[in-house]
Design a protein around this ligand. Structure first.
Ligand SMILES: [Zn+2]
Length: 208
């Protein structure tokens, strides 16, 4: 998968950076002011979720609105899955710090099965991950009651493409979907930060 992102240099110049697959973005030199720019991976967020979202933005900007919508929804799903596995690893680590923070293949298989069985549909995913990381469902965590809106305006739109073959979405639709994906990324960032900062007990939020 190719990923593109536009970087703004301190001088104001905008530069397009590209990466392939999981390779890092190369360092770039601003052609206007010769400043060396390093593009580093974000501290939070999964690499794949961020890259799929960047690709959604690139498709939006190049006019492939339907593909951009599919990628916006997929980016959120990548990030939710990433947070689930991250939480599982952290939970296991807190109960036994000597085990390290990497998961074994057997653990990954077990958690994958749990994710597939218990987190069916986007609302269950959004609320389930929110509960794990913050102790409350998404609407309670954000306090704005937008879960239904996120579901209908992003995921139902994606479903119209994937389930019913609707392929002629326009710019406005794609922009709205990308904006919802960005909002959800911000919310997920806050969830992970709250959990990671120890404001939330890992033990208390175990399912069951
Ligand atoms: Zn510059």
């Amino acid at each position: 998968m190719k990923t593109q992102t536009t970087v703004r240099c301190r001088c104001g110049n905008k530069i397009l950076a590209e990466a392939n697959g999981s390779e890092s973005f190369p360092d770039i030199v601003c052609p206007a002011c010769n400043m060396l720019i390093r593009i580093t991976a974000p501290l939070y967020f999964s690499e794949v979720g961020v890259r799929v979202k960047l690709r959604s933005k690139a498709e939006l900007e190049s006019g492939d609105f339907t593909l951009s919508i599919i990628l916006s929804a997929m980016a959120v799903e990548c990030e939710l899955a990433f947070l689930f596995f991250w939480w599982k690893r952290m939970d296991r680590y807190r109960s036994d710090p000597t085990s390290g923070i990497s998961a074994t293949q057997a653990e990954n298989d077990l958690w994958e099965n749990e994710y597939r069985s218990n987190y069916i549909g986007i609302v269950k995913k959004l609320n389930g991950i929110s509960k794990l990381l913050t102790g409350s469902d998404l609407d309670s965590f954000t306090g704005n009651g937008m879960t239904k809106h996120f579901e209908e305006c992003l995921f139902w739109k994606r479903n119209q493409i994937v389930h019913f073959g609707k392929m002629d979405f326009g710019k406005e639709d794609a922009e709205k979907c990308y904006s919802i994906a960005s909002t959800l990324f911000n919310i997920m960032y806050k969830m992970q930060k709250k959990c990671d900062s120890g404001q939330v007990s890992y033990r208390k939020n175990r399912e069951g």
